[in-house]
Design a protein around this ligand. Structure first.
Ligand code: NDP
Length: 249
């Protein structure tokens, strides 16, 4: 499968969950990985301990100056920026009539402003070297999800954003695709269970009944698809939204 030796990847929100699994996967395929998160995490150290190349960079993806400097730091450290995985994300669920403006703005900003700033900063290097891979995290929630007006709007927005990047950047050897996971077992889904007072195992069992392959997803299920989209073998795939949900929808 895809050899990423010599490639440099930036994974935002890489400190845990899907981002951590993606950082580990890309490093395992030979990429040097910048694990970007709000606070420094152990993931980069774990990758280095097992023989891979990784650095931890703390950065708030909604801050333009911080993002520019993060991308420059990665390029200084590893020599280029070839792969960007826009994974950092938050949820602030509430029904529409109760949703605060702050929670609307926070979710839209983290996903859309964050993805935009990171893509804009990374493409400076990718266009120059005429090679790049951008993978954005959308979600099945893009199709509509009760209590997630902010999140579903952000995740649907990411789909349009991804297609536009594909149109603009294809001529420079850069592809842009999105993965749209369903229920993946991470801190994010655990926090939903906690907030709603439902036992996580009960929530998983209920979800599994609705999923065609009869299990919830693992972070590695998403990382495997991202790894394909990050490599040379996917060079004729761009502007696509790939659902990773164990289901037909
Ligand atoms: P987690 O909450 O487990 O991890 C998200 C990471 O993003 C955290 O480490 C968090 O840091 C970081 N982060 C949040 N805000 C920022 C910011 N402004 N700048 C930098 N880093 C930030 O989420 P998941 O692994 O579950 O999700 C990863 C992505 O996949 C998200 O985009 C999510 O929307 C998407 N997704 C997840 C699904 C699921 O079922 N889990 C389903 C569909 C999509 P900190 O810990 O410090 O807050």
């Amino acid at each position: 499968m895809n050899d990423l030796a010599g490639k440099v990847a930036v994974v935002t929100g890489g400190g845990r969950g899907i981002g951590a699994a993606t950082a580990q996967k890309l490093a395992g395929l030979g990429a040097a990985v910048a694990v970007v998160d709000l606070a420094e995490t152990v993931v980069a150290k774990e990758i280095s301990k097992s023989g891979g190349r990784a650095i931890a960079v703390s950065c708030d993806v909604t801050d333009p100056d911080a993002v520019d400097s993060m991308v420059d730091t990665v390029a200084d450290e590893f020599g280029s920026v070839d792969i960007l995985v826009n994974n950092a994300g938050i949820i602030r669920d509430d029904l529409l009539f109760k949703m605060s403006v702050e929670n609307w703005d926070a979710v839209i900003s983290t996903h859309l402003r964050g993805g935009f700033l990171c893509a804009k900063a990374a493409q400076r290097y990718m266009v120059e070297q005429k090679w790049g891979r951008i993978v954005n995290l959308s979600s099945t929630s893009a199709l509509g999800s009760r209590g997630q007006a902010n999140y579903s709007a952000a995740k649907a927005g990411i789909q349009g954003f991804t297609k536009t990047l594909a149109v603009e950047l294809g001529r420079y050897g850069i592809t842009a695709n999105a993965v749209a996971p369903g229920f993946i077992e991470t801190e994010m889904t655990r926090s939903v269970a906690e907030r709603t007072g439902i036992d996580f195992d009960v929530m998983k069992a209920a979800a599994e009944k609705e999923i065609a392959v009869r299990r919830v997803g693992r972070p590695e299920d998403v990382a495997n698809v991202i790894a394909f989209l990050a490599g040379e073998e996917s060079s004729y795939v761009t502007g696509q939204i790939i659902y990773v949900s164990g289901s037909a929808d």
